[in-house]
Design a protein around this ligand. Structure first.
Ligand SMILES: NC(=O)c1ccc[n+]([C@@H]2O[C@H](COP(=O)([O-])OP(=O)(O)OC[C@H]3O[C@@H](n4cnc5c(N)ncnc54)[C@H](O)[C@@H]3O)[C@@H](O)[C@H]2O)c1
Length: 272
């Protein structure tokens, strides 16, 4: 059994922890919960009815001898602060805040630690489909564009949305157009999809991103277009937001659960 610990116990972490508890992630068991906000991890343990260490101390969390794989569902800051310590402690890492990996220096350090320690860093496709196809043709791509359309409430609090924060939008409005690298910086909690897409394909400086706020939309919409000498493709997704966090699409949660199940199971794997 793989011992699973949650780093980040919010909307996504709560669902993933519940899936592990319910035996939906293969040969895995929940062994630890950590969140930097005091009381959040223990509140989750209580609501799940599990008797496992729940802490706001990263030292206690990583010191847990039963912990094999850390699921990060917290923030890009959490990846910057703790990912190296996770790998150095000999744990595998499944991370959802993929925006942090657009920093090439951090990414290189994590890759080196993973190789040296024979550990895995797993980045699920999250709220996007088509990542497998992008990865397969990554050295044949000429252009990749992501257009993300969200209701304004899903963009609130982002540095890139600050000048629209007090405005009442009446029609779809282009909030940002530029490189994925800048999109991730300006919308750290909103466009991890841009990071994952760029890391699978032609990188964060060449991947183009458009962020649109649509006041009439109740869903998060992502459209990927890609072209190269292999041909071209277009993927479109219309995703319901998570009940507890409108910035997070429900698909991202089940993608994390499925990636975890795949990591903790033997047997046939389709599409990976
Ligand atoms: N890859 C994808 O497609 C995708 C999709 C949606 C969300 N995400 C990302 O997944 C992460 C979790 O999303 P969520 O909806 O559960 O968010 P959330 O805000 O509901 O929960 C995040 C939790 O992590 C904790 N946290 C934040 N920073 C921390 C740190 N430095 N150390 C420890 N704990 C910390 C918070 O206290 C909070 O309880 C976010 O970074 C989000 O951007 C990725």
């Amino acid at each position: 059994m793989t011992g699973i610990g949650l780093l980040g116990c919010g909307a996504m972490g709560g669902e993933i922890a519940g899936a592990v508890r319910d035996g939906k992630t293969g040969d895995a068991r929940l062994v630890a919960l950590y969140d930097q906000a005091p009381g959040v991890a223990s509140a989750l343990a209580e609501s799940l009815g599990v008797d496992i260490p729940a802490t706001d101390s990263i030292g206690h969390f990583l010191g847990n001898a039963d912990l094999d794989l850390v699921v990060e569902s917290a923030s890009p800051d959490a990846v910057r602060a703790h990912a190296e310590a996770v790998l150095s402690a000999g744990k595998d890492l499944l991370l959802m805040s993929s925006g942090a990996l657009t920093d090439p220096e951090l990414s290189a350090r994590l890759a080196l630690l993973a190789v040296e320690g024979k550990r895995r860093v797993i980045v699920p496709s999250g709220a996007l489909g088509g990542i497998d196809a992008i990865r397969a043709v990554s050295d044949r791509l000429d252009e990749v564009t992501l257009t993300t359309t969200k209701p304004p409430k899903a963009l609130r609090g982002a540095p890139g949305f600050s000048e629209w924060e007090l405005q009442t939008l009446t029609e779809p409005t282009v909030i940002f157009e530029g490189a994925a690298l800048d999109a991730v910086r300006l919308f750290p909690a909103n466009v991890n999809v841009a990071a994952t897409l760029s890391l699978a394909g032609i990188g964060p400086t060449r991947t183009l991103v458009r962020v649109i706020a649509d006041p009439a939309s109740s869903v998060n919409r992502h459209e990927i277009t890609a072209a190269g000498d292999f041909g071209a493709f277009r993927f479109e997704m219309e995703l319901k937001p998570h009940d507890h966090n409108p910035k997070t699409s429900f698909l991202a949660v089940v993608s994390a659960i499925e990636a975890l199940r795949s990591a903790c199971s033997s047997g046939i794997r389709i599409g990976t």
